[in-house]
Design a protein around this ligand. Structure first.
Ligand code: C2O
Length: 425
C-alpha cells in the first residue's frame, strides 16, 4: 500500500472511529453518567497492572509494558534536585566543529545502546515508544473505573500534555546519560520555531545562538546512524526545506504542500505567535482539564494553543510513524523536538506575567505519573514537581526567541478573534 492509500485508509478509519466516539459521548451524556469528578489523575502500579490493548485509528495497539517487566516492585517518590548540577540543552543548529563531532558520537552511541536493549527493559527505545503509545491509545484506565466505558487516560488534548511530556523527555534523557555513562550529557533540541537569519537580526546579541533552526538537524538525518528512522516523510530528507508549523491542528491527514522559505517563514511566525499567545485563562495555553473519572477525549480542540497547532504540525510534517501518536515515540527525533516544546513552555512562563496563568487547580498540581528511571526504578512524579526546569536540573541555551516574539507585546495584544479563527480551522 503506498503512503497516500494508507493515509486515506487511516483517514477513513479515523472517521469511523470518530463517529463511534460521538455516539458514545451522546449516550454517556443522555444516560447521565458523568464519571467521578474532582480528583487528580493518578497513575499507580494498579494502573500499569491493568494495562490492556488500546486502539488508534481503528487499529488495535499492544503497548503495555512487556510481560516480563516486573510490576510488583516498590515505587519510589521522585524528589527534584533543587540545587544540583544544571545541564544546558543546546540548540542543535548551533553546534559545529569539535563540539558537533563529540555530540554526534555521544548521541548516536546512546541510541544504538538504547535500541539494542532487550525489549523487556523499560529503558529500551521499544519500551519508551510503547509508554507513549499506551498513553494515547486508551491502554490505561482510571483505577476502579471501566475501560469499556472509555474511562481511559490520555495525555494529549488536555492539561496533562505539557507536564507529562516534560517528564517523559526528562527521564528519557536520564536514561541516555546512564547508557553513555556520561554525567555531562544533555539532550539538545531542534529549534524549529526559529526562522531568523542572524545576519538580518535587528538585535545586537552577545551571547546565545542565533542561527535559523527550522531545518531538520542533520545529526538525525544520517541513514547509517541510530538516530535515523527511514519511516519519516521524504520532506525531511531534503536539505533546506523549512519545517511547517502552520498545518491546521484539527486535520489528521492533511495534504502538506512543500513551501518555499519565503512563504513558510511568515506562516510559521504567525503560527508561533498564536501558539504562544498569553490567553486569558489557563485553559488557553494548557488545554482543557482532565481529571480522575473523565472519559477519553479525542477532540483536538481540547489542546492548549501550543499543542494545538505548532505541535500537531511537527508530527504531521515529519510524517511516517511520527504522524501517529501510537508510533511517534519509536523515533529518536521525537525526543529532541519535544525538548523544544518543553523549552517553549518554559519561555512562555518566563514571558510577561504569564506565570500567573498557570493552573492552580489541585487536580492539576496533584496529578501523579509513574516513570522508569535510568536504573529501571519506578518513580512516582507529582505534577507540581515538574513545573520548573531549574528544579529538574537543566536549562536551555538562549536562542533567537525574539524572532517570533518580536517582543512579547505582540503576543499579548493579539486579538482573541485571531485565536478563535485558528481553533476553527
Ligand atoms: Cu505525545 Cu508530540 O506527542
Amino acid at each position: 500500500m503506498d503512503i497516500t492509500t494508507w493515509a486515506l485508509q487511516l483517514r477513513f478509519n479515523f472517521l469511523i472511529q470518530l463517529t463511534a466516539y460521538v455516539v458514545l459521548f451522546i449516550s454517556v451524556m443522555q444516560s447521565g453518567i458523568s464519571g467521578v469528578q474532582g480528583a487528580p489523575v493518578r497513575i499507580t502500579l494498579q494502573t500499569l497492572q491493568n494495562c490492556r490493548n488500546g486502539s488508534s485509528f481503528n487499529m488495535t495497539t499492544s503497548c503495555c509494558p512487556a510481560p516480563d517487566v516486573d510490576l510488583n516492585v516498590p515505587v519510589v517518590d521522585f524528589v527534584p534536585k533543587r540545587h544540583g548540577v544544571c545541564r544546558v540543552r543546546k540548540a542543535l543548529q548551533c553546534l559545529s566543529g569539535e563540539e558537533l563531532r563529540i555530540y554526534t558520537e555521544k548521541l548516536t552511541t546512546a541510541y544504538e545502546i538504547m535500541r539494542n536493549l532487550p525489549a523487556s527493559d523499560p529503558r529500551s527505545l521499544m519500551q519508551q515508544g510503547r509508554i507513549h503509545c499506551a498513553y494515547c491509545t486508551g491502554s490505561f484506565t482510571h483505577d476502579g473505573l471501566s475501560a469499556a466505558a472509555y474511562f481511559t487516560i490520555d495525555i494529549h488534548f488536555n492539561w496533562l500534555f505539557l507536564p507529562w511530556h516534560r517528564t517523559f523527555v526528562y527521564f528519557h534523557e536520564r536514561i541516555l546519560r546512564k547508557l553513555l555513562n556520561d554525567e555531562s550529557f544533555s539532550l539538545h533540541f531542534w529549534n524549529f520555531d526559529n526562522g531568523a537569519d542572524a545576519t538580518n537580526s535587528t538585535q545586537v546579541e552577545t551571547e546565545g545562538c542565533f542561527k535559523p533552526g527550522h531545518f531538520v538537524p542533520r545529526i538525525y538525518n544520517n541513514n547509517s546512524t541510530s538516530t535515523f528512522d527511514s519511516n519519516r516523510s521524504n520532506r525531511t530528507l531534503v536539505p533546506n526545506i523549512v519545517a511547517d508549523l502552520s498545518i491546521p491542528g484539527s486535520e489528521f491527514f492533511p495534504v502538506i504542500p512543500v513551501r518555499s522559505a519565503d512563504e513558510a517563514v511568515p506562516r510559521n511566525r504567525e503560527a508561533m505567535q498564536i501558539g504562544m499567545e498569553r490567553g486569558t485563562i489557563p485553559r488557553d495555553f494548557f488545554g482543557v482539564t482532565f481529571k480522575y473519572g473523565d472519559v477519553r477525549n479525542l477532540n483536538t480542540t481540547g489542546a492548549g494553543s501550543l499543542e494545538f497547532q505548532p505541535h500537531s504540525s511537527m508530527h504531521l510534517w515529519i510524517g511516517g510513524g511520527v504522524m501517529l501518536p501510537a508510533t511517534a515515540a519509536f523515533d529518536p527525533i521525537f525526543y529532541m523536538f519535544h525538548a523544544n516544546f518543553d523549552r517553549l513552555w518554559h519561555i512562555w512562563m518566563e514571558t510577561g506575567d504569564n506565570r500567573k496563568l498557570q493552573p492552580t487547580d489541585p487536580d492539576w498540581l496533584d496529578a501523579e505519573f509513574l516513570f522508569w528511571d535510568e536504573n529501571q526504578v519506578l518513580r512516582r512524579v507529582k505534577l507540581r514537581d515538574t513545573l520548573s526546569i531549574g528544579d529538574l536540573g537543566y536549562s536551555y541555551e538562549k536562542v533567537n526567541d525574539a524572532f517570533w516574539m518580536e517582543d512579547a507585546r505582540i503576543i499579548a495584544s493579539l486579538a482573541s478573534e485571531r485565536r478563535r479563527r485558528a481553533f476553527q480551522l
